[in-house]
Ligand binder design. Structure first.
Ligand SMILES: Cc1cc2nc3c(=O)[nH]c(=O)nc-3n(C[C@H](O)[C@H](O)[C@H](O)COP(=O)(O)O)c2cc1C
Length: 231
């Protein structure tokens, strides 16, 4: 499965089967975790067989059932850049999991922040988690705002085809409460991505940028040559 297919197939799944993740799949996920931690200065952890993190009132109230595995998104406690990096790397892990036939759900609130197997060092914070496993279902599509509300062209020109494809992938990105608090502006070949006020919108921004890059690449636009982020 290509990454763009994973972007299209993924939906939030909160109800999981009693089925362990096979060692070779867990190893592939662990290798990716280590790669992103080294590249982005994070301390993401793959936590397997730890049902206590989803056993409290918040998890039950949030309709989570049978969650035993999750990614813990741990990073520097200074929130700014750390939250966006957690969003970006977390979404790469979500999509890798999807290609392996696994399901996921981003979780900011509905889990036990105290009773869990996550190791947090001084100067770090557990920002949020991603539930992981074999879902009871594949989930279902959530609605999206129209593309015109989520992007604009600073030069009032028609959007190029690669940008439309990248936006279509961005519209499928999961966001907290499905609020889609982001705005993407095209300045010729430069793309500016902004988070708007809202809970977890800095995390959402990283998630959206990951999906945008996958959509652009699938349309044949090369980052660094055909387009790049406004830094
Ligand atoms: C940063 C973030 C935090 C989230 N926190 C929670 C949560 O605490 N509880 C929950 O049930 N869903 C949570 N979600 C899942 C969203 O509700 C879900 O992704 C959104 O409704 C879109 O649905 P989709 O993922 O199927 O596209 C969170 C999603 C994101 C991106």
């Amino acid at each position: 499965m290509e990454m763009i297919d994973a972007v299209r197939a993924r939906h939030a799944v909160r109800n999981y089967q009693n089925k362990a993740i096979e060692p070779e799949k867990a190893e592939a996920l662990q290798r990716a975790v280590e790669e992103y931690n080294a590249q982005f200065g994070l301390s993401i952890q793959l936590c397997l067989d730890d049902p206590q993190a989803f056993s409290n009132f918040l998890a039950r109230y949030g309709n989570f059932k049978n969650v035993s595995n999750y990614f813990a998104l741990v990073g520097p406690s200074s929130e700014g850049a750390s939250l966006e990096k957690c969003g970006y790397c977390g979404q790469k892990l979500v999509l890798l999991a999807q290609t392996l036939g696994l399901n996921t759900c981003w979780v900011g609130l509905s889990y036990d922040k105290k009773k869990n197997a996550v190791k947090v060092k001084q100067g770090e914070k557990l920002h949020l988690v991603i539930a992981l496993g074999y879902g009871e279902t594949q989930g279902k599509a959530s609605g999206s705002k129209p593309m015109s509300k989520l992007c604009r062209n600073a030069n009032n020109e028609e959007f190029p085809a690669w940008f439309v494809a990248a936006m279509q992938a961005s519209l499928l990105a999961p966001t907290a409460l499905n609020h889609q608090k982001f705005l993407i502006t095209l300045h010729k070949k430069r793309v500016e991505a902004q988070s708007l006020p809202g809970s977890y919108s800095r995390v959402d921004l990283g998630i959206v940028k990951c999906c945008f890059e996958i959509g652009a690449a699938a349309a044949g636009a090369q980052q660094g040559t055909d387009w790049d982020w406004v830094s």
